[in-house]
Design a protein around this ligand. Structure first.
Ligand code: ADP
Length: 263
């Protein structure tokens, strides 16, 4: 879990009206779900908005063992004494900050039981263990993300949960925006950043056929960073694009051919 309270503004290049939507959701106490593929800027967007609104941010990377207690808190033994320690969700509620549950669909089922009273007009956090019931103050906002692309049937967000959130669909930015992001984050010049983005466009058109998912903006930034630091282009593409995307020799070769034709 990471907590961010520093006021500096993480760079985020808006794609549409998502900043206004976020602000309105926050002002009106509405929870927000960000849907989209991995590495397309969801986390950065939340970090940016939290800093912009001057709110503390508690980010939780959800996994299949994450339980309600991990979010709410637990009694821990400290120096022979049993003390209650708040979890990230409880801290965000107490502080009136943002709790961001990244990949919420991964978490255990008991998590949804906690989220429901918090995401409707009750805005309450029930803490079974301590018997406390917290009413979320005005500043508190729950934000969650999930990736509809690689959900299996067992891991879908239930309608009863999704219908409690405003939702924004995220995707990889338009080439012009993505080029600006890649150049800015990596320090690579615009022309070579644009070539990487063009390659990404070709690779994304392949996804679904041989690739589970198209290439993320994050990986493009890795490739651009390596090139900007002097790594040879084909070596950078191999390490930041081809190897991370596939283990299949045939698919890797197809990607190499594609890269050679674009770069
Ligand atoms: P996600 O949470 O969707 O998996 P991230 O927010 O971690 O993805 O995005 C991956 C990287 O891509 C970020 O570290 C950031 O460098 C970059 N990025 C993607 N989209 C944008 C954007 N619109 N503005 C600024 N940076 C972006």
């Amino acid at each position: 879990m990471t907590i961010m309270t520093k006021p500096d503004l993480p760079f985020y290049r808006p794609v549409a009206d998502e900043c206004d939507l976020f602000r309105t959701a926050h002002e009106n106490g509405l929870p927000l779900l960000l849907k989209g593929p991995t590495g397309c800027g969801k986390t950065r967007f939340v970090e940016h908005m939290a800093a912009k609104l001057g709110l503390p941010l508690h980010t939780v990377a959800c996994h299949d063992d994450l339980s309600a207690a991990d979010l709410i808190g637990r009694y821990l033994l400290k120096g022979g004494e049993t003390v209650w320690v708040d979890g990230p969700l409880t801290r965000a509620v107490r502080e009136g900050g943002i709790c961001y549950l990244d990949e919420v669909v991964e978490a255990r089922k008991d998590v949804t039981v906690v989220l429901h009273p918090l995401t409707d007009d009750r805005r309450r956090l029930m803490m079974d263990r301590t018997g406390e019931e917290l009413v979320a103050p005005k500043g508190f906002m729950l934000v969650a993300s999930y990736n509809p692309g690689y959900q299996n049937i067992l891991k879908k967000l239930k309608p009863s949960t999704r219908q409690r959130f405003l939702s924004i669909g995220f995707d990889f930015p338009q080439p012009g925006v993505e080029t600006a992001v890649v150049a800015r984050e990596s320090g690579l010049d615009e022309a070579r950043s644009a070539a990487l983005v063009r390659l990404a466009g070709h690779i994304r058109r392949l996804s679904g056929m041989d690739l589970e998912e198209g290439i993320s903006t994050r990986l493009l930034i890795y490739a651009a960073t390596m090139i900007a630091r002097g790594t040879k282009v084909d070596r950078a593409i191999e390490a930041a694009i081809i190897e991370p995307l596939s283990d299949e020799p045939d698919v890797q070769q197809a990607l190499r051919d594609l890269a050679a034709s674009v770069y």
